[in-house]
Design a binder for this molecule. Structure first.
Ligand SMILES: [Cu+2]
Length: 146
């Protein structure tokens, strides 16, 4: 018993750590939702996932939006993505390796000379009764590494 006890203690300590690191390194195929609420933005703006997970965009607004890849920055795949998202529709992308996926709506933002999404002016972006806050309709997905 004197020799067995330390082995049992070490084993008990290692099991939870092994489970935790396995979850951190690999996605479980879960799906995170990014919603377009009743205004020109993606909610939440930033989503962090693991390889193997997916993101589903849902347009809960009353007009068209798009999910467009900012190819100058994207390293998580899906370069060239340009998907129309009509009201009530969903669009899903699965991410299989680490990196970032920076995206914007080409109807409510555009890229400047540095490939940064910028607001479209007074006709789009997040607005209140007094006008435009100057916020481009954009977002970022971060796919964590191992
Ligand atoms: Cu839009």
């Amino acid at each position: 018993m004197r020799k067995l006890l330390p082995i049992l203690l070490v084993s008990a300590a290692l099991i939870p750590i092994g489970v935790m690191s396995a979850n951190a390194a690999h996605g479980d195929g879960s799906i995170r939702t990014v919603k377009v609420p009743d205004e020109d933005r993606f909610l939440p703006f930033a989503v962090t996932i693991h390889p193997g997970d997916a993101v589903r965009w849902f347009n809960g607004d009353s007009d068209d939006h798009t999910v467009v890849s900012d190819d100058a920055f994207n390293s998580a795949g899906h370069r060239g993505a340009d998907h129309l998202l009509p009201p009530g529709n969903t669009f899903l992308l699965r991410f299989n390796h680490p990196g970032v996926f920076v995206y914007y709506c080409r109807l409510h933002a555009h890229l400047d000379e540095f490939n940064q999404p910028v607001a479209p002016g007074p006709d789009g972006g997040i607005q209140d009764q007094n006008g435009n806050y100057g916020t481009p309709m954009s977002g970022v997905i971060t796919v964590l590494g191992d």
